[in-house]
Design a protein around this ligand. Structure first.
Ligand code: ZN
Length: 368
């Protein structure tokens, strides 16, 4: 019944792998081996495909290692630990954050957790080092990375914390949302929905969401949006200015849209104290524009930040506490559950096509 037990005696395992640009396949690869006493081997029990997996496979980004194992969103079981791992034992069920800062890097002491060694050094799993979509995967530093799942927290909720919640909430934190702020969230995919939830928790007044995905609209409202505008049929900038008596929003969080969304955000944010925070991946080459007029010829006092979700154990423990005490319910974003490791292939295509009824997919492997 359990394919990973069948493989137990062998040195090989199944892995969902980028075999060539544009091609992801399930192949047999050697099982990972621990490198240091701080490391651990884990086995995923619930996985989620991310838009950035789609970008890794089909995008035009940086050169990827050969036979890169994909995946950076999972809940896993600890199967092997080094002698220097103190807080986890074999059998523990843990959340594995998508971002894995190297807490021993010097730049961490300067607060630079995500780009401590090289740009995006914390954004490594499934991009520059083997990811989680395999029977087994390696985590280099278990004690600083993993977070135990509290007993009353559902796996599906925890699974959404590892990337979607932390990313959306990182935007909210970067925007320094104050009580009563008017917040616009552009995009109502999973990150946008979590930005809405985070903004509401952080004390936003009016929350205006922008998007058209039918399945997301009720959830956007449930998480805290007062209004949802459809960018396909409305002039969003105009509507936001009308809704704020012409002064614009205090905060705009970019969580979706095309390349023009960046200049739109600057158009609709307030002079003097407005903050634009970007959480979106802008694919391809070229520039994203800053409009001369609405940026006040560069003197508008509008702040622009560009963020990637925070990672690490303490971050995950804090997000799981929000689930545990019923402040957030991110598992509602999981619209589809697929069973069997091989269904990752189907899940990747579903995520690429993004049907109107889809927000997030969870994949439960046969050994879970
Ligand atoms: Zn992700």
């Amino acid at each position: 019944m359990k394919s990973n037990e069948n493989h137990e005696s062998e040195k090989m395992m199944k892995a969902f792998t980028l075999t060539a640009p544009g091609f992801a396949q399930i192949v047999d690869l050697p099982k990972p081996e621990r490198k240091s006493e701080y490391s651990a081997i884990l086995s995923p029990i619930a996985m989620s495909i991310c838009t950035s997996d789609v970008n890794t496979v089909y995008g035009s980004g940086s050169k990827k290692p050969d036979n890169l194992i994909l995946g950076h969103e999972c809940i896993a079981k600890v199967v092997e630990i080094g002698t220097g791992v103190y807080d986890f034992k074999v059998g523990d069920i843990v959340a594995v954050p998508a971002m894995t800062p190297d807490w021993r890097a010097v730049a961490i002491q300067e607060g630079n957790t995500l780009h401590a060694k090289v740009p995006f050094s914390a954004n490594a799993l499934g991009r520059s080092v083997p990811g989680e979509f395999a029977e087994y995967f390696l985590i280099e530093d278990a004690d600083t990375t993993l977070a135990k799942i509290p007993p009353n927290v559902e796996i599906t909720d925890a699974l959404m914390c590892v990337d979607m919640v932390t990313t959306g909430f990182t935007g909210v934190e970067a925007a320094e949302i104050c009580f009563g702020d008017t917040v616009v969230v552009l995009g109502i995919g999973a990150v946008g929905l979590m930005a809405i939830q985070g903004a509401a928790l952080q004390g936003a007044g009016q929350i205006i969401a922008v998007g058209s995905r039918k399945v997301s609209i009720p959830l956007a409202k449930e998480y805290g949006a007062n209004i949802v505008y459809n960018h396909k049929i409305e002039n969003i900038t105009q509507r936001v200015l009308e809704q704020t008596n012409g002064i614009g929003a205090d905060v705009v969080l970019i969580c979706g849209g095309d390349d023009t969304v960046f200049s739109q955000a600057i158009d609709m944010v307030r002079y003097g104290i407005g903050r634009v925070v970007n959480l979106k991946h802008f694919a391809g080459e070229g520039n994203i524009g800053i409009p001369k007029f609405s940026s006040g010829r560069g003197m508008s006092g509008k702040t622009i930040k560009m963020e990637l979700g925070k990672g690490g154990r303490a971050r995950m423990e804090r997000l799981l506490a929000l689930v545990k005490y019923h402040r957030i319910h991110p598992g509602k974003m999981v619209t589809h559950t697929l069973y069997g490791f091989d269904s990752l292939l189907e899940a990747l295509e579903m995520m690429r096509e993004k049907g109107e009824d889809l927000i997030k997919i969870q994949i439960i492997p046969e050994w879970a």
